[in-house]
Structures are given as C-alpha cells and as structure tokens.
Design a protein around this ligand. Structure first.
Ligand code: NDP
Ligand code: GDR
Length: 327
C-alpha cells in the first residue's frame, strides 16, 4: 500500500484527491495548519465522506521543520503539493504572504524532500495563471509565461523550482499546469461559486442581485474531479514531466452567468450588476489550454461536461441554502 501526503487537503482539490487516492487503496495523510476554527477544518472531506479515512498531521508550508517532521513520520511515497494562498485577487493585498506560501512554500517542501528522502515522488500544483497575458491563442507546455499577479509570479517561481529540483537533484518532480477547475466544493470567493451561490440565493428569495467585476474575462473551466485524476496519473509515470490540463474550451464570465441562471429559469440580465472595485489591477483576459500531451502521454481526458458541472454547482447551492433555512 502506498502512502500519499497531501498539502492543502482542506481545499477543493485536496478533498477530491483524497477521495481518489483512497479509492486506489492508498494510505492518505494530510498536512493541516493550525486554525482557531478547527471545527471547519474537515468540512469538504466530510462532505465526500472521507474525513474518517485520512490521517491529519499538523504543519505549515512555511515551516521547514514541520515538513521534515511530517515526512519523517509518515514516510510518503508520493507528495501532492496543493497548499497555497490560491485566491488571485487577495495576492495584490497580501503579496508577501502569497510569495512566502505559494512560492517559497514549494521550495521549502522540495528541500524537506531532499533532506529526508529524495526518492519521494512530488506533484506541484502549477497554474494556467502563469500564462497571464497570453502569448499564443491556445496555451501548452511550450508557451511562454507572462504572469499578471503576485499569485502568478509566486506560482511561476514554484514551477521553475520544481523543474530545477528535477534537473539538479534527479527528483521525480512533476508540475501540472492546471487550468481553472470548479465543483460544488469550490471556495465561495471564486467567480463560479460566487455565481452559483448567488443564483441559489436569488431563486430562494434570499438575495436580490449579484455584483461582479469583469464579466468579459474568459476561462477554460473544467471539473475538479477530472483534474485530480490527472495529478495522480502524473506521479504514476516512470519519468517526471510537466503537463497542461485543460478542456480546450473557453467561456466568458457573462456566459457562465447566463447558463447558471438558466438552470433555475431566470434571466441573468435581471440580476447581475458590475462593480468597479471588483476589477483587478491587472487582468488575465482569456485562457484556453491545449492538453494534447496529457491526452497522449497520460491517457487523460475530461469526462464531465461544462453544462453538467454548472448544473451540479447550482443544485448543490440550492440544497445548501434550503437546508440552512430549514435548520
Ligand atoms: P484552495 O484555496 O481550495 O485550497 C488551498 C489549500 O492550501 C487549503 O487547504 C489551505 O489550508 C492550504 N494552505 C494555505 N496556506 C497554507 C500554508 N501556509 N501551509 C499549508 N497549507 C496551506 O485551492 P484549490 O483546492 O482550488 O487548489 C489547489 C492548488 O491548486 C492550489 O495550490 C492552487 O493555487 C492550485 N490551482 C488551482 C486551480 C483551480 O482552478 N482550483 C487551477 C490551478 C492551480 P486552509 O484550509 O488552512 O486555508
Ligand atoms: P482565477 O479565478 O483568478 O482565474 O484563479 P476567479 O474565479 O477568482 O476569477 C476568474 C475570472 O473571473 C473574473 N471575475 C471575478 N472573479 C471573482 N473571484 N469575483 C468576481 O466577482 C468576479 N467578477 C469577474 C476575474 O476577474 C477573473 O478574470 C483561479 C484560482 O483557483 C487560482 O488559484 C488558479 O491558479 C486559477 O484559477 C487557474
């Protein structure tokens, strides 16, 4: 039985990845940082009914000794580094923290692995945000990067460190350049969940409107459940490498709104407003990924359609608010 350590296990991807790894028969250990609201720590894991099957160990990506202690104690075969300050908008308000956690945190983990056992396989959660101001209409592993936020710059540092440790120290370190992926477990601050939560509230009479920023922005949106499978596949390969993971379809925030409001039979134009304070200092206007390499080498392909994903998210938010109101 292999042992897998997940950083960021309390986040969206951490929950789905834990579920997947458990289904493969792995022992799953999660790194969690101390929180004053410990009650909520396992909420997403609980919702997938996997909390009781994972072991949680305390540590922080910016604390090398805690990582060395955790790796020494659980002796993982695979480490999935999903932990990050992952909200792009916050990275302008907290650029130093974002650099420390999202950038240096990855280096800290790579150093911990090098010190304890460099044979441990490593997955880095890289991001399509690194493409930023796109240099090609479809982005693949060979496309030049042009990060547009402190978050994207930190991710780029972490990405190159992963490549560097693979090349310098012969480590089995892979980087998944994942495009946006969503689900009912997506954090409420991200635009897709903000929209589906808003749709549910409006439908149930709990809100009157929904304020957004740049509705012209376009993203290549897939489902998190599909994307964590790509992470696992990368670490099962004989050789480490970098892979773009995407659907190859791009949709605007405006069209996401239209489709989400359609699910409950409402017209988005009657409810969506725009607010200038929600516009970012530098925007990533459009992203669209070319996942040919993941498809041919890993045999990966998305299985959940965009429409089904939006409907699943809206329905989950309707259930959540309905249950809350009847509690
Ligand atoms: P989330 O924001 O849902 O989860 C982030 C996780 O990181 C949480 O578990 C959080 O813990 C943890 N974390 C934050 N700071 C630290 C720290 N100092 N030490 C240890 N853990 C920490 O992200 P997602 O699940 O959506 O994404 C997973 C990863 O993939 C992230 O690195 C993200 O940047 C990256 N990514 C995500 C994409 C997406 O579309 N979802 C696309 C491309 C990349 P806590 O609960 O304590 O806050
Ligand atoms: P992103 O996701 O920045 O792509 O990063 P987010 O959902 O926050 O924004 C997507 C686009 O929507 C526009 N937008 C709004 N965004 C938010 N959050 N709130 C709004 O009200 C709003 N209105 C318009 C944004 O300007 C943007 O263009 C996500 C994160 O998961 C990263 O960690 C990950 O690396 C990338 O996806 C790939």
């Amino acid at each position: 039985m292999s042992t897998c350590l997940i950083t960021g296990i309390t986040g969206q991807d951490g929950a789905y990845l834990a579920e997947l790894l458990l289904s493969k028969g792995s022992r799953v250990v999660g790194l969690v940082r101390h929180s004053a609201t410990l009650d909520f720590v396992g909420e997403r894991l609980q919702s997938l009914d996997v909390l009781k099957h994972v072991e949680l160990m305390s540590g922080d990506l910016i604390d090398l000794t805690s990582l060395i202690r955790v790796i020494s104690a659980c002796e993982p075969d695979e480490i999935y580094n999903l932990g990050a300050q992952s909200f792009v908008a916050t990275s302008w308000n907290e650029p130093i923290l974002t650099g420390q956690v999202t950038g240096i945190g990855t280096l800290t983990m790579l150093e911990a692995i090098r010190i304890v056992n460099r044979k441990t396989r490593f997955y880095q959660a890289s991001s399509s945000e690194m493409f930023g101001l796109i240099q090609q209409p479809m982005q693949n592993e060979k496309t030049a990067f042009y990060p547009r936020s402190p978050y994207a710059v930190a991710k780029l540092y972490a990405h190159w460190m992963t490549v560097n440790y693979r090349e310098s120290h012969g480590m089995h370190a892979s980087s998944g350049i994942l495009f946006n992926h969503e689900s009912p477990l997506r954090g409420i601050e991200f635009v897709t969940r903000k929209i589906t939560d808003g749709v549910a509230r409006i439908k149930l009479g709990l809100a009157k409107d929904l304020a957004l920023g740049n509705v012209d922005a376009r993203r290549d949106w897939g489902h998190a459940r599909d994307y964590v499978r790509a992470m696992w596949l990368m670490l099962q390969q004989e050789k480490p490498d970098d892979y773009v993971v995407a659907t190859g379809q791009t949709t605007s925030v405006r069209d996401f709104c239209k489709i989400a409001f359609d699910v409950v039979g409402l017209n988005w134009k009657d409810y969506v407003t725009t607010r200038s304070d929600l516009i970012r200092p530098a925007e990533v206007d459009v992203l669209c990924g070319d996942a040919t390499k993941a498809r041919t080498v890993l045999g990966w392909a998305p299985t959940i359609s965009f429409g089904d994903m939006v409907a699943e998210m809206v329905e989950a938010d309707l259930r959540r608010h309905t249950a809350r109101n009847h509690a």
